[in-house]
Design a protein. Sequence first.
Length: 421
Amino acid sequence: MYRAPFPAQLSDSDRRVIDHNPTTVRVYQVWKGSNKFFVGGRVVFGPDVRSIFLTISLIVIPVVLFCAFVSRRIIRAFDNHLGSLIVAVLILLTIYDLILLLLTSGRDPGIIPRNTHPPEPEEDCSTMSTDWLSQSSAGVPNIPPVKDVVVNGVIVKVKYCATCMLYRPPRCSHCSVCNNCVERFDHHCPWVGQCIGKRNYRFFFMFVFSTTILCLYVFVFCWINIKKIMAEYHCNLWSAFMKSPVSAILILYTFMTAWFVGGLTIFHLYLIFTNQTTYENFRYRYDSKRNPYNRGFVRNVFEVFFSKIPESKSNFRGKVDPSSLFNSSLSLARPMIPEKPKRSFDLEMGKRQTVVAEDFEEIHNRIDRAGGLQRCGTEPRHTIQRGKSEWDISADIGVLAADFAMEHSFKNREKVCKRGH
């Protein structure tokens, strides 16, 4: 009844894992998504995890330059150890910012585990589309592409994900980069190398906000350093820049960066106050229609910052039976068609049983129907590209058709000869 989107054979990496240690195969070792796992599956990153090193360097290098070339004058300019406290606060703020970055990038954002087989079609499917009707009549999975779900009195359409073989919950979307369905999907952030979803959005906002504060902190004290130089040497602004070029560079750098992260902070504050995600804001435009998730300013803020973060739905360190991987892959590779009692044809042993004319007509009709679909270009789009389309005639059916046609023609000739005699 269904055709699974996974290949019949396991990947080379999965086979190596199973062959290497067949008794302790874990979920993260055979994970179908594009994530990168470390520390035995305890830390999960996106496929573009290398970008996090660029983000860390953009944070750490300006702080190191400030401590090496600007902090000395700041310490001398302020009395009562205030200058040392200013530098210590900068270091602590940087460490806090980096911890938030790792919490955002190195945790499960809310991945929904994939199903091993498609869900059973519901009897009450009021959301059937024309495309689904044409596909179901051709023998493709009888699964409606969308179905209705009521959220706070508003009907919301949820889509079926052919990759994960599940209906996505409300506010869930499939990330094309990580190849996973993520709860309350906001966006995929290349700067942190991870999806931003239900389980890490709070840390993402805190990271962006703390980065904005860090930029403004360095910007302000670099200007104070320039002012101290102008007062000490009685020079103009340009001469002060020449005496402390690092301060000038940091002022320019933090000014440009603060515009970016500051604007991002304000934008996400707006999303939090109205209980939207970045994906919803750009796709649905709730300004022109009701937002079913908006519960008011106070409740929206409480939901993001003070609600309990849900447990991960994916146990990446869970053990997997190696034999079940082969069994599931083989069962998924075959179309789930109800078994019907019919005469068989054994190609390997060379045994053939008599097939009635109705069986031949059924095979002939299937071949004509498949050919007609190919000529009309109405075959459905598949998630996995194969060497041949799923509508191509298999080798067994081709041999059966040729053999049955030959037998059928011989019988007709015999009838004609008998009539002639």
